[in-house]
Design a protein around this ligand. Structure first.
Ligand code: CTP
Length: 211
C-alpha cells in the first residue's frame, strides 16, 4: 500500500522570532511511519518541526505551518491507499504575520483566524475508497468526542487518547488509546509503547484494505 502519514506539531509564525505551537513530539506519527515501512508499505511522511531522526526508506516532506501541511497533504495524497493524520495541527493561526519583530512597547493584541481542517477536507478530495484515519486528542468525554470527530471528518477509524494524563501521550514513548471504527467496533489498547500501538494501527489498515 501507499500510505501518507502526518506527524508532529505545526508552527504558526507571529513575527520573525515568535510562533504558536503545541506539545506534540511527533513520536506517535514517526512510530506509525516506521511500522508501515517495516511491513513494506510505501510511506510519505509529512512532518512538522520535531527533533527525531527521520525513518529510512520513506519520502519525508518537512513543513512548518498548518497551511503548508494542508497543501502538501492535498497534493501528495493523490494515488495513496491510506492517509493517517497523526499531526497536532494548529486550529488557529495569526491573522497577520509581522515582518518586523514586534516591540513590547507596541502593546499589540494578536488576532487569530481558523486554519483549514485538513482531515475534515480529505474525504472529498481523497475519494471514497481511500482509507482515512484520524487521531483525537481529548481531555474529557473521550468516547463521544472521538466518535463525533470520526463521523464528521469521514474517517474509517479514529484513534483517541487522553491528553490530560502526563504519563502517556505528548512527548512520552508510551500511549494508551481506544480505536473507534465506523462500524461501531471499539478496541482499547492498554498503556504500551507507541511502536506496539503503531503496529496495531497498521494491521487494522491492512485488514480494511484486504476486505
Ligand atoms: N486535524 C486536521 N486539521 C486541523 C485540526 C485537526 O487535520 N486543522 C486532524 C488531526 O490531525 C487529527 C484530527 O483532526 O487527526 C482531530 O484533531 P483534534 O485536535 O483532536 O480535533 P479538532 O478537529 O482540532 O477539534 P477540537 O479542537 O474541537 O477538539
Amino acid at each position: 500500500m501507499k500510505i501518507l502519514i502526518t506527524a508532529g506539531p505545526t508552527r504558526e509564525s507571529i513575527d520573525p522570532v515568535r510562533y504558536l505551537t503545541n506539545r506534540s513530539s511527533g513520536k506517535m506519527g514517526y512510530a506509525i511511519a516506521q511500522s508501515a515501512i517495516n511491513q513494506n508499505h510505501e510511506v510519505i511522511l509529512v512532518s512538522g518541526p520535531v527533533s527525531l531522526e527521520p525513518p529510512n526508506d520513506c519520502k519525508i516532506i518537512n513543513i512548518e505551518s498548518a497551511d503548508q501541511m494542508y497543501k502538501e497533504v492535498q497534493s501528495n495524497s493523490k494515488g495513496c491507499d491510506a492517509v493517517i493524520m497523526v499531526a497536532a495541527v494548529a486550529d488557529y493561526t495569526p491573522a497577520v504575520y509581522y515582518k518586523e519583530k514586534i516591540k513590547k512597547a507596541d502593546d499589540r493584541e494578536i488576532r487569530l483566524v481558523r486554519t483549514k481542517d485538513i482531515l475534515g477536507s480529505m474525504r472529498e478530495s481523497f475519494g471514497y475508497n481511500g482509507i482515512l484515519v484520524g487521531f483525537a486528542a481529548e481531555t474529557n468525554e473521550l468516547r463521544e468526542n472521538a466518535i463525533g470527530k470520526m463521523q464528521q471528518k469521514g474517517c474509517n477509524f479514529i484513534v483517541s487518547n487522553d491528553v490530560s494524563r502526563n504519563d502517556i501521550g505528548f512527548g512520552s514513548d508510551q500511549n494508551e488509546v481506544t480505536i473507534f471504527d465506523e462500524n461501531g467496533a471499539q478496541q482499547h489498547i492498554d498503556k504500551s509503547s507507541k511502536n506496539l500501538i503503531a503496529d496495531a494501527i497498521i494491521e487494522k489498515i491492512e485488514t480494511i484494505y484486504g476486505e
